[in-house]
Design a protein around this ligand. Structure first.
Ligand SMILES: NC(=O)C1=CN([C@@H]2O[C@H](COP(=O)(O)OP(=O)(O)OC[C@H]3O[C@@H](n4cnc5c(N)ncnc54)[C@H](OP(=O)(O)O)[C@@H]3O)[C@@H](O)[C@H]2O)[C@@H](O)CC1
Ligand SMILES: Nc1ncnc2c1ncn2[C@@H]1O[C@H](COP(=O)(O)OP(=O)(O)O)[C@@H](O)[C@H]1O
Ligand SMILES: [K+]
Length: 471
């Protein structure tokens, strides 16, 4: 049976090709039109929820040429039968014939764009068959209803469904109601941001392995390294931090804060900010020694290349952040590496513009991971964790308040602790990012925060996960 709606297990996203194949298989076993009926009922229910009161509400359908428009028309018919005033603006010479007949039979009308302001707009312009961008008449029809909440059918029309790119005009939705499974554009920015809230309607698809995953609390809980009865600090893992510089001693403090949230057994520090680190974190052991993973580069300045070479000489897994990222090509090809760039740092590493990376986050994260043979944690609103073998996870925890100086230093330390505790680079990066985002939400509580508070909030987030995992 298909991916379940938004609660519970791992959130998964599939490509258009995977979705079409699963839909084809299921359609062959069902009466004609049955899948569209499932989709339309789920869509109508979500629009009704948004409206609160259906009777007397004004609903505007923007209808394109394909089955996406068909979903909108059938859902419009259901709403019209419940007493809504439903108008359809047909944006193409073609429109789904049965859907249109059903809408008319239910009392819905076809209108030109313009007219009285509706209470809600249903975007049935383009779905998974859409090419990026919108025609002029669609752009004009959207302008006519500017400010009205939009419910996107399957995807906000105009976005590129398999990449999350938005290269032309597109819909900005309040809510996106999708069917069977999430598509990549629902989770990958910048398209994900245009989706608004997501609602998944189960239409019974049987789906293959996902193209993209987003950890949910139960998944995060299951990945946590939890000490057993006979564990001690060394078996739990020692994480080493080589961060900070004369210019940026605070980065060393913040990075050791992330490393020292209790998920590894011990934190070592090597670098010029030892006094500052010791003053804030008396439990940190200063000086070189055996570690299970090194975190290198946060606030490292010009010393980052040397710090990276020294850490790499130990032959243990590396988490490479900030100034050290530029030197990652100097590492042995078989080194086990997680890099933690923001878009600007990945752009510099790949010698492209930052805007290009921001426009194609999934493409660049995947390519960098494959080409460099490292795991890439591309930080942003929805951080991506791409493994060299092609797997990708996306982080949906977090808050824009996390865009604050030093937050990345905390994240690097946290990922290093998880790596030292024995998680793979892929799990350490994706779980570290998930915990970092969840901790930021807890610390922010809807308001501003500073990076140190994010680290402070990691233990309560972990405690909450463990409680719900055990209950
Ligand atoms: N399959 C199923 O079982 C189920 C599917 N369901 C629903 O069907 C949706 C997919 O429907 P679909 O395949 O008909 O494609 P859809 O996105 O509606 O439009 C394609 C049309 O648009 C045109 N076109 C493309 N780009 C354009 C542009 N930029 N500007 C203007 N026009 C453009 C394109 O033209 P062409 O490429 O042929 O030139 C073609 O005519 C899916 O998202 C879901 O909502 C659900 O009911 C559940 C069951
Ligand atoms: N708008 C946003 N929404 C959610 N998270 C964000 C946003 N902007 C930045 N972040 C997160 O904040 C952190 C910033 O890290 P980074 O850019 O390295 O900052 P610094 O170098 O100052 O430590 C990253 O984890 C990133 O994912
Ligand atoms: K749509």
């Amino acid at each position: 049976m298909g991916t379940r709606p938004d609660t519970g297990g791992m959130r998964r996203a599939h490509t258009v090709e995977q979705v079409r194949a699963a839909e084809g298989e299921l359609m062959a076993r069902l009466p004609e039109g049955a899948l569209m009926q499932r989709a339309a009922h789920g869509l109508a229910a979500a629009v009704a929820d948004l409206l609160g009161e259906v009777y007397g509400a004004r609903v505007r359908l923007l209808v394109g040429p394909g089955d996406n428009g068909g979903d909108a028309l059938w859902a419009g018919a259901l709403l019209a039968r419940r007493g809504a005033g439903v108008e359809a603006v047909l944006l193409s010479e073609k429109a789904h014939a049965e859907g249109l007949a059903a809408l008319r039979a239910a009392g819905g009308r076809v209108v030109d764009s313009g007219g009285a302001r509706p209470d809600v707009v249903v975007d049935g312009i383009l779905g998974i068959g859409g090419r990026p961008g919108l025609r002029e008449n669609a752009v004009a029809a959207l302008a006519d209803v500017a400010g009205v909440p939009v419910v996107a059918v399957d995807v906000p029309s105009g976005v590129e469904v398999d990449t999350g790119r938005v290269d032309g005009p597109h819909v900005r939705a309040h809510l996106t109601v999708t069917f069977g499974t999430h598509k990549l554009a629902h989770l990958v920015d910048p398209a994900a941001e245009a989706c608004g809230a997501l609602h998944l309607v189960d239409i019974g698809l049987d789906l293959p392995e996902a193209a993209l995953e987003a950890l949910q609390p139960a998944d995060a809980g299951a990945l946590l390294p939890v000490p057993g009865p006979f564990d001690h600090k060394y078996t739990r893992g020692v994480v080493g931090v080589r961060a900070g510089s004369e210019q940026y001693p605070g980065a060393a403090v913040l990075c050791t804060s992330g490393a020292g949230t209790g998920l590894a057994g011990m934190v070592r520090y090597v670098g010029s900010a030892a006094d500052q680190v010791r003053a804030v974190h008396p439990e940190v052991v200063v000086g070189a020694g055996r570690v299970q993973a090194w975190v290198v580069g946060s606030g490292g300045s010009e010393g980052a290349a040397e710090a990276l070479a020294e850490a790499a000489a130990d032959g243990v897994p590396l988490v490479v952040d900030a100034d050290a990222i530029a030197h990652v090509r100097s590492l042995e090809p078989d080194a086990d590496v997680l890099i933690t760039p923001h878009a600007g740092e990945l752009a510099a590493l790949l010698d492209v513009d930052r805007a290009e990376v921001e426009a194609d986050q999934l493409g660049y994260a995947r390519r960098a991971a494959a080409d460099l043979g490292v795991t890439v944690l591309l930080k942003g609103r929805h951080t991506l964790c791409a493994a060299p073998d092609g797997r990708v996870r996306v982080t949906t925890t977090g808050t824009p308040w996390l865009g604050t100086a030093g937050a990345g230093d905390v994240l690097a330390g946290l990922c290093g602790a998880l790596r030292a505790a024995g998680l793979s680079s892929y799990d350490a990066g994706s779980l570290g990012s998930w915990l970092h985002g969840a901790a930021a939400q807890l610390a922010s509580d809807g308001g501003p925060l500073v990076a140190a508070r994010v680290a402070d909030a990691v233990p309560p987030v972990v405690r909450g996960l463990l409680r719900s995992t055990l209950s």
